[in-house]
Design a protein around this ligand. Sequence first.
Ligand code: ADP
Length: 509
Amino acid sequence: MRVLFVSSEVHPLAKTGGLADVSEALPKALRAHDVDVRLLMPAYPQAKDRLMAQGAPIALKNVLGFDDVALIPGLLPGSELPIWLIDCPLLYDRPGRLYCDPDGQEWHDNALRYALLSHVVARLARGLTPLAWRPDIVHANDWHTGIIPALLDADTAPRPAVVFTIHNMAYQGNFPAACLDFIGLSSRLYHPDGVEFHNRVSFLKAGVRYADRITTVSPTYASEILSPDFGHGLEGVARQRQNDLVGILNGADYGLWDPVNDRHLIERYDRHYISGKKICKAALLTELGLPAMGNAPLIAFNSRLVEQKMADVVLEAVPAMVAAGGQFALLGEGDRRFESAFADLARRYPESISVRIGYDEPAAHRLLAGADILLAPARFEPCGLTQLYAMRYGTVPIVRRTGGLADTVVDATPETLHAGAATGLSFHDISAAALGEAARRAIELFGQPLLWRRLQVAGMQADFSWERSARRYLDLYRSLRPESQLRRVARGRTPDDDDSYGGRVVNSR
Ligand code: ADP
């Protein structure tokens, strides 16, 4: 089974959020199942710097008018995973964040940047590059890769099947119709039943419309996106593809996110040695410049500062948490208005609130280990990873009951606590009052050490490793494989026998 896994970001080469974590962990887990999985992403400068390069770049002939496109082969650091970086300096070698310029504005040519990525994948899939390797399956992720199945759709010749995973329905890659002239997509596809979306070209819609199978990253989100509240206008096309849509829960990579082996921590710990967490908390308070205030719970928020993550509601709710005796620590970046409002809050409560604006991976590990409670609310949440990580660190998550948050956290009630099933606290309404009430319950439980320990241990024992989910993706690939096999037989080649071809077919839902 040969799988080309295409993502705009892959940890540790480039990351803005959970997509990068998944793009590292899922291929690793698939490889453990003997899948020949290879990654492909843009050669952003930081990715080039960190890559373990292997061999000379492979030049590709003119792609979308660019003559200097090449594939840089290498290994993902810390793994045996082969990866190609698409080098096209004019499009990818830039300062700033991945998708925005240093002023926070989206790059003006994002349509072209990710169209080029998609065209390179289409060539690779068709065997039109110097590489001998061709995939059976292209696994494309998020809007950046959405036009890949549309490019391949016109093919009458054999082609790999395309699995398209939606990590977030709100990021759609919608661009003016005029971009059709330079992104190399046939204008025949520009109609409401194709890639057109409110007079624009939508990369995400293209993915949903033309992929052979569509997945989302949690079962609840897979059903939510069929409704207007969560579909962001694409619920209709999602419903059309309902029979080919499945939700497969993301996992946590415990090789990277487990306090028992986390190299970023001053003290390592596990559920048999939870007191190690106290040492991490003391070190964290010192690092953040917060005083140790007796047994005050430290409440953390590690998130992109955007409306999706209810940053506005958290802002409103934090003063009451502080008044109830908590301390609050934030590590995040995002909308400028939230960044400055949180910074103001920290100035008002220097003893109780620490705000760090920026992106810092080791600091995120130290925060999760040192905090007692993690705020992980969201207006919508395709899966969410921080709540999974928090549980493993004995840091009790507070989540809103939506998407993957609803699928992964068991609310603490007298019954679930008694049964040892509770792993966090959840609430429903999108309001500071509802979040505040959940925080009040958490602070109250924190004051009861035996109950708190039970909550922590249940979370630390919960198993969200990738193993099970990777097997589900594998089943999905296998359900598509016969088609590509037949295509190859039709071309006069025999099915190869490199694995258990003919695996069981997965039911979509
Ligand atoms: P999303 O992908 O929607 O941002 P997830 O919960 O799926 O949310 O994943 C967030 C990932 O990004 C986690 O690994 C989290 O630790 C990380 N992260 C978010 N903000 C920061 C930050 N400011 N610094 C370091 N890591 C961050």
